[in-house]
Structure formats: structure tokens, C-alpha cells
Write a protein that binds this ligand. Structure first.
Ligand SMILES: Nc1nc2c(ncn2[C@@H]2O[C@H](COP(=O)(O)OP(=O)(O)OP(=O)(O)O)[C@@H](O)[C@H]2O)c(=O)[nH]1
Ligand SMILES: [Mg+2]
Length: 294
């Protein structure tokens, strides 16, 4: 995308297309893309399935719209993973709850999302009928780049169409379990009608973390801080004396389920990051690079 509109570029021989992500800005001469400009943010996850690769989702985002509908799709654990992805990338998260028109008590979903993090913006809407541009106004506009993430069928493309004036395909979800049909199949960037850029993405079934230690620490900053006051530095918060986390649970200040989720994400991130480092080292060894010292 250039000042004059969409331009099709060819990569220079020195530019590997595998290093370019949706949302990247490139320096171009004529129709030749020379290099990727420095990114302000990069949202990524562990690629789905058993692969040990990291999948880049989008570059240079200012805000991430984490979309869920007010029905069986809503899942606090999955939402928390999206929130950690945003924290890892230093991108502002916004929870967008669609299909308010179909729920008996939509505010119950708002409350469940709000407790995930103090001060988290949560926007409730009927994406088909409400003024979506007004509802998301604080995060969109000239110079802003935003992306929509969430499961299939939650209304990401419905929101994208409202913000861009486009008519990308949307499709009904299944009646029995509210699951979508994976209508959007690629990530793409479009100009928003009021300025700024929007990235729509295909529905994600699974969000596995990798290299997200800092993001988990930021998202669970209250637990991170509290654990620093445990008697033992290597406290596992599992019955050791002087454990500040267990004390907070006992006094009702901390929900035990949140501790379990924090530990689960840390352990998953640790395993995935270690596996990825090992496979990168192996690949480097195969290419004849020196192996990492143990
Ligand atoms: N009633 C109601 N229906 C909605 C709302 N938002 C989206 N829908 C409908 O939900 C269905 C799925 O919407 P999409 O926008 O295709 O969902 P998506 O998240 O882009 O799905 P994938 O592309 O498969 O990831 C469509 O039939 C939409 O018309 C809403 O707020 N209320
Ligand atoms: Mg879609």
C-alpha cells in the first residue's frame, strides 16, 4: 500500500519474503521492495499443531482487537492467551464482545472479561447493527494499525467490513455448537474508511505461547510482584512456608484458578521455547554453524 493506493511489489534479491509479515512497511524503489523497515511491534504465537515454528501474526500494530461472541465461544482461558500475546508485543489489547443481540445476559460476558485484567477495555456490540466505527473509535483513525483476532465465526470480518466499507465474505456459524466455518483464510491489511489500517485474520482454534516469558510476567504483574515477596526465591507456591501467593489465596485476595492458569502458561511457554531453541540449534548444526554451548 502506498500513498497512491495499492502497488504490487517484487522483492529485491536481497530480501527474503519469509521475513516479511502482514503490517510491515517496506522501503521500495519503483516496484522493487528493498528492505523491511524497523517494526514497532510484532505479534506472534507458536504455530498451530505439532510444529515447533513460531508464526508471525502481524507487525506494527497499535491495538489488538480480541474478538469473542457472547455465546459458547467465550472462553476466559483462551482470551487470556490472546492478552498475553498482546502484552508480549507491547500492543494495547481491546476485548470486543459481539452478538450482544443474541445473549440473554450480555453484561455477564462483559464482567467475565473485565476480571481478566484491571482496566482492560471491553466493548460490547451487535456487529451487524451497531455503529462499529463509533464503538471502536478510541483505537482507530489515521496512523493507527489494528488487527482482529479470535475464533472462527465470532464476527471479525463483519467488524472489518463495517470499518473498511468492504464486503469480504462472512458466513453463518453452525447452530449446534456456535462454531464458525473458517470463512477468512488469509491475513490481509485493508485501509479503514476513516483512516488507518486494519488486519483481518482467519479464526484461530488454538493459541500456544512461545518466547512469551516477559509477556506473561507483564500480564500477570500482580502475581509476579507478589511472588517476589515469598520467603524462598525459588518458591513454587505449593505449600512452602512463607508463600505470599498461598497467603493471598487464603485471604481471598487471589483466585486459585488464576494461579493455576499463570503456572500453566509459564510451563507451556518454557517447554515450547526450549523445544524451539533446541530445534534451531540442531538446524544451525546441520548448516555447519557452531553448536550452542550447554
Ligand atoms: N446476531 C449477530 N450476528 C453476528 C454478529 N457479528 C457477526 N455475526 C454473524 O456471525 C457470522 C460469522 O461472522 P464472520 O464475520 O464471518 O466471522 P469471522 O470471525 O470473520 O469468521 P472466520 O472468517 O471464519 O474466522 C455471520 O453470519 C455474521 O453475520 C453480531 O454481533 N450479532
Ligand atoms: Mg472472517
Amino acid at each position: 500500500m502506498a500513498e497512491a493506493g495499492a502497488v504490487e511489489l517484487v522483492p529485491a534479491s536481497t530480501l527474503s519474503t519469509s521475513t516479511v509479515a502482514v503490517g510491515d512497511w517496506v522501503e521500495a524503489r519503483g516496484r522493487v521492495a528493498l528492505r523491511v523497515l524497523e517494526r514497532t511491534s510484532l505479534v506472534s504465537r507458536k504455530a498451530a499443531g505439532s510444529s515447533v515454528a513460531r508464526q508471525v501474526i502481524a507487525a506494527n500494530l497499535d491495538a489488538l482487537f480480541i474478538v469473542s461472541s457472547c455465546n459458547a465461544d467465550f472462553n476466559a482461558g483462551r482470551m487470556e492467551r490472546f492478552l498475553v500475546l498482546a502484552a508480549s508485543a507491547g500492543v494495547e489489547p481491546v476485548v470486543v464482545l459481539t452478538k450482544a443481540d443474541t445473549a440473554a445476559d450480555p453484561q455477564a460476558f462483559v464482567r467475565q472479561a473485565q476480571v481478566l485484567k484491571k482496566g482492560l477495555p471491553v466493548v460490547l456490540m451487535d456487529a451487524k447493527r451497531d455503529d462499529v466505527r463509533m464503538a471502536l473509535g478510541p483505537w482507530i483513525g489515521p496512523g493507527q494499525t489494528v488487527a482482529l483476532l479470535g475464533s472462527s465465526g465470532v464476527g471479525k470480518t463483519t467488524i472489518a467490513n463495517a470499518l473498511t466499507g468492504g464486503a469480504a465474505a462472512v458466513q453463518d456459524i453452525r447452530d449446534d455448537d456456535a462454531k464458525g466455518r473458517h470463512t477468512t483464510t488469509g491475513r490481509y491489511l485493508v485501509a479503514m474508511s476513516g483512516g488507518g489500517w486494519l488486519i483481518d485474520t482467519p479464526g484461530m482454534r488454538e493459541v500456544q505461547l512461545t518466547d512469551a516469558y516477559d509477556g506473561i510476567g507483564l500480564f500477570f504483574d500482580d502475581l509476579t510482584q507478589l511472588s517476589l515477596t515469598c520467603k524462598f526465591r525459588n518458591c513454587r507456591h505449593d505449600g512452602e512456608p512463607g508463600c505470599a501467593i498461598q497467603a493471598a489465596i487464603a485471604s481471598g485476595d487471589l483466585d486459585r484458578a488464576r494461579l493455576v492458569r499463570w503456572q500453566k502458561l509459564l510451563s507451556e511457554d518454557d517447554t515450547n521455547t526450549a523445544t524451539m531453541e533446541t530445534s534451531a540449534a540442531r538446524a544451525a548444526g546441520r548448516r555447519g554453524f557452531p553448536k550452542k554451548k550447554k
